[in-house]
Design a protein around this ligand. Structure first.
Ligand SMILES: Cc1ncc(COP(=O)(O)O)c(C=O)c1O
Length: 386
C-alpha cells in the first residue's frame, strides 16, 4: 500500500504550516527586520547560563524526577505563595514541563474526551485548538472585538453547555496585549461556581505587565484555583525560549491525572536547566524587574512610531503591540504583512490568523522584545509608510 494512502486519515486535516513559520521564512528570504516572532533578539543573563554549566559540571546529567527537580518545584511553590497567596504542594501540585506548550497539551489530553466542549477565547494563541481536536474535543469560540478585545461575560456565559469540560484563558493576552482585571476574574469565578468546568489559565506573560497593573493569576481566586491548571514559561520570563521549559500548577486531583499523561509523553525535563532555574528563581529581582524592563521597550517603540499613521492602544502586557493600519490601507492584514516584508523589509504577524474564520481586524502584531537598534529601524520604516 502506498504511504500516501494513509495521509487521508490525518488527525488534523485543517492544520497547515503556522503563520509564524510562513512569515519567518519570508522574513529570512527578504532579510527583513523581524518583529513577527515572540522571542527576544538580545542575550539572556550570563549568570543563568553559568548556573546551567555548573549543574552539568556537578553531575546533574541524568534523568530528573518525573515531576521535576524537587528544588525547583519548591521555589516555584514559594514564589506563587508570595505573589498570589495560594500554596501549591511541591510534591503533588507542581510539575515541570517542556515549556508551557507541553503543559497545555498535557492538561487538555488528560481531560478532554470525544465530544467534550472547550471554550476558546479568540483571538487565541495557536496551540490550543489542535490539542483539543486531537483528543476529539470541540472548540467553542468566543470572538472578542477590536480594538479593546474585552470579554463580555454575558456572552461568555451563553457559551457554557452541559458538554463544556474546559475553558481556556490567557492573561496577559497574546496577541492583543490586554490583561484580565480582578473584576474579570471574579466574574469568571462566579460563572464557573455552579459547574465542574476545568479552567486552563495560560499565564506565560505573568511577569510582563505594564503601568503598575497587577497580574491577576487564577491562583489568586479560591473558586478558580480549585479547578485550574496554571501554565507558565521560563522561556518567556528569562529570555530563553529555546530552552523550552515551563511548569504547570494545579490542585492535587487534577495534577494526578496530568502526571499520568506527562510520564508517558515526556517522562522528565532537562535536568541541568531545572537545577539552574531553581537557584536563579531564588532572587526575585530576576523576574520582578521585567515589567519595567519591557515597559521601557514598549514606550521606546511607541515613541518611535508617534509620527506614523498607525492607531494603537498601548499594550497592557506581553511583549506585543498591536497596530491598526486603517488610515494607511484597506488591504487584508496578511496581504499587508507580506507586502511590508517584501517592499519595506519589516516582518509582523497578521491578527486574522488568530481570529474565528480569519476575520480581518486591520491589525498587525509587532514584538518589541528586541534590541533598541532593531526597534529604532522598525519604527523608522513604520513612520515612512504612507
Ligand atoms: C500565549 C502563549 N502561550 C504559550 C506559549 C508557549 O510557551 P513555551 O515556549 O514555553 O512553550 C506562547 C509562546 O509564544 C504564548 O504566546
Amino acid at each position: 500500500m502506498e504511504y500516501s494512502s494513509h495521509i487521508g486519515n490525518s488527525k488534523l486535516p485543517k492544520v497547515e504550516t503556522t503563520i509564524f513559520t510562513t512569515v519567518g521564512n519570508l522574513a529570512r528570504k527578504y532579510n527583513a527586520i523581524d518583529l513577527s516572532q515572540g522571542f527576544p533578539n538580545f542575550e539572556a543573563d550570563r549568570t543563568l547560563m553559568s548556573l546551567v554549566n555548573d549543574a552539568m559540571q556537578h553531575g546533574h546529567n541524568q534523568y530528573a524526577p518525573m515531576q521535576g527537580y524537587y528544588g525547583l518545584r519548591e521555589v516555584i511553590s514559594e514564589k506563587i505563595e508570595q505573589l498570589h497567596v495560594h500554596c501549591y504542594s511541591p510534591e503533588r501540585e507542581i510539575t515541570i514541563t517542556v515549556g508551557a506548550t507541553q503543559a497545555i497539551f498535557t492538561a487538555i489530553t488528560a481531560f478532554i474526551h470525544k465530544g467534550d466542549e472547550v471554550i476558546v477565547i479568540k483571538p487565541a494563541y495557536d496551540c490550543y485548538e489542535p490539542a483539543i481536536r486531537l483528543n476529539g474535543g470541540i472548540p467553542v469560540y468566543l470572538q472578542l472585538n477590536a480594538p479593546d478585545y474585552k470579554i463580555d461575560w454575558h456572552l461568555f456565559r451563553q457559551k457554557l453547555t452541559d458538554k463544556t469540560k474546559m475553558v481556556i484563558i490567557n492573561t496577559p493576552h497574546n496577541p492583543s496585549g490586554t490583561i484580565l482585571s480582578k473584576r474579570d476574574m471574579e466574574q469568571l469565578e462566579a460563572i464557573l461556581k455552579p459547574t465542574n468546568v476545568i479552567l486552563l489559565s495560560d499565564e506565560v506573560y505573568e511577569h510582563i505587565i505594564f503601568d503598575g497593573a497587577d497580574h491577576e493569576s487564577a491562583s489568586r481566586f479560591p473558586g478558580l484555583a480549585n479547578r485550574t491548571f496554571v501554565c507558565a514559561s521560563f522561556g518567556k520570563t528569562f529570555h530563553v525560549t529555546g530552552w523550552k521549559m515551563g511548569y504547570c500548577a494545579a490542585p492535587e486531583s487534577l495534577m494526578a491525572e496530568f502526571r499520568k499523561v506527562h510520564q508517558f509523553a515526556v517522562f522528565c525535563v532537562d535536568h541541568p536547566v531545572q537545577c539552574a532555574m531553581a537557584t536563579y528563581l531564588k532572587n526575585a529581582s530576576h523576574y520582578l524587574g521585567l515589567n519595567d524592563f519591557y515597559q521601557k521597550k514598549r514606550d521606546f517603540f511607541l515613541d518611535g512610531i508617534k509620527s506614523s499613521k498607525f492607531k494603537y492602544k498601548p499594550s497592557q502586557g506581553t511583549y506585543f503591540q498591536l497596530l491598526q493600519y486603517t488610515p494607511l490601507t484597506k488591504e487584508r492584514d496578511e496581504v499587508l504583512a507580506e507586502r511590508l516584508i517584501i517592499e519595506n523589509g519589516l516582518a509582523s504577524i497578521p491578527i486574522s490568523s488568530f481570529n474565528v474564520a480569519n476575520r480581518n481586524d486591520y491589525m498587525l502584531r509587532f514584538c518589541f522584545a528586541k534590541k533598541k537598534e532593531t526597534l529604532e529601524k522598525a519604527a523608522e520604516i513604520l513612520c515612512n509608510l504612507n
